[in-house]
Ligand binder design. Structure first.
Ligand code: G3H
Ligand code: 13P
Ligand code: ZN
Length: 354
């Protein structure tokens, strides 16, 4: 079993100029598919689970699934990351169940809806960093609120995120504030706001620089060249998956995700973690729709889910290839949490981050 921390993984990605897709897992099949894709492409693995996913699966099942994934593929470094932790307690319970990395999303208050004050974000994130680093566990923070630069709206979808209008400066991470935030908190990775949002409805047209502000990422990278940046809401929402869903009984209005070229551009300027959930959901559910429509008498769950799992393997393998982490798994020797804790205690990472 080769568990790895986010910090070590992203340091390797940075040293070798690649990006890590962070795949959200929501059930057994999505986890199996991500692992199979990593195995096929010799890629390290960054699995993440949201609070909603933890509730859906139950922590005990999830914990055993994580361990089973790592044990089944002992040659692959596997990072277990908590996505959008909302407060210290949530992060603590994830650390206690074996996550090697947690996100403390202090851009919103603990209700995961209300945009927070900067000082609140620093205080909450710092309290998580303090505990996590003594245990060798990594922390991702977030500065700036995700939402649409097209409409100015927060990104409430699936029950979380802010609902309502935001000012443009709230929707874009300020590069100077990012420097202060990283220095004040000591986070290992920083999620930034640049016009992406969660879910399928990111842009009403193919995004240009006005509504997907890659220049903000470039400015942040210039000021913080050693900080690992994270792009949330990075699904591409590909046309073929919209068609798959719509041609088999679905009804998704035309929408646009983050073009892969923009993600590649991000990787060139410090984006090391690229969060992908929606594309996986679309691939799996679209395939299920297709199978069910073509096999109206079938109710064998295995037959219904299998084509979708295969499609998710293909999608994830393609992302691994494109982002450059394919071929990297056997080049990494994971450090244990106690080795990481010693490094934090020696101040090695803090001086590099700021
Ligand atoms: O944060 C957004 C991720 O896509 C997770 O979504 O909370 O519905 O699992 P979720
Ligand atoms: P998508 O909804 O674009 O897949 O983003 C997922 C994400 O950012 C999870 O934190
Ligand atoms: Zn996210």
């Amino acid at each position: 079993m080769a568990l790895i921390t986010l910090r070590q993984l992203l340091d390797h990605a940075s040293q070798n100029g690649y990006g890590m897709p962070a795949f959200n897992i929501t059930n057994l099949e999505t986890m199996q598919a991500v692992m199979e894709a990593a195995d096929k492409t010799n890629s390290p693995v960054l699995l993440q689970a949201s609070r909603t996913a933890r509730n859906y699966m139950g922590d005990k099942f999830l914990q055993h699934m994580f361990m089973a994934a790592a044990e089944t593929y002992p040659h692959l470094p596997v990072c277990m990351h908590l996505d959008h932790g909302n407060e210290l307690d949530t992060c603590m319970s994830a650390m206690d169940m074996g996550f090697t990395s947690v996100m403390m999303d202090g851009s919103l208050e603990a209700d995961a809806k209300t945009p927070s004050e900067y000082d609140y974000n620093v205080a909450e994130t710092s309290s998580v960093v303090e505990v996590a680093h003594t245990r060798g566990i990594s922390v991702e923070g977030e500065l700036g609120v995700l939402g649409s630069l097209e409409t100015g709206m927060g990104e409430k979808e699936d029950g979380h995120g802010f609902e309502g209008m935001l000012a443009r400066n709230q929707l874009l991470t300020d590069p100077d504030e990012a420097c202060d935030f990283v220095a004040a908190t000591g986070v290992d990775a920083l999620a930034v706001a640049c016009g992406t949002s969660h879910g399928a409805y990111k842009f009403s047209k193919r995004p240009n620089g006005d509504i997907l502000a890659m220049n903000v990422i470039e400015q942040i990278h210039e000021k913080l060249p050693h900080t690992h940046l994270v792009m949330h809401g990075a699904s591409t929402v590909p046309q073929y998956l919209q068609d798959l869903i719509n041609q088999h009984g679905g009804d998704i209005p035309q929408t646009f995700g983050v073009p892969l070229e923009e993600v590649e551009r991000g990787i060139k300027c410090g984006v090391r973690k690229i969060n992908i959930d929606t594309d996986i959901r679309m691939a799996l559910s679209g395939s299920m729709r297709e199978f069910l429509l073509n096999n109206r008498s079938s109710f064998d769950l295995r037959a219904i889910i299998k084509p979708g799992r295969k499609r998710v393997v293909e999608l994830c393998a393609k992302r691994n290839e494109l982002f450059g982490c394919a071929g990297m798994a056997d080049k990494i020797k994971p450090l244990s949490l106690s080795q990481m804790a010693d490094r934090y205690a020696a101040g090695i990472f803090r001086s590099k981050a700021a």
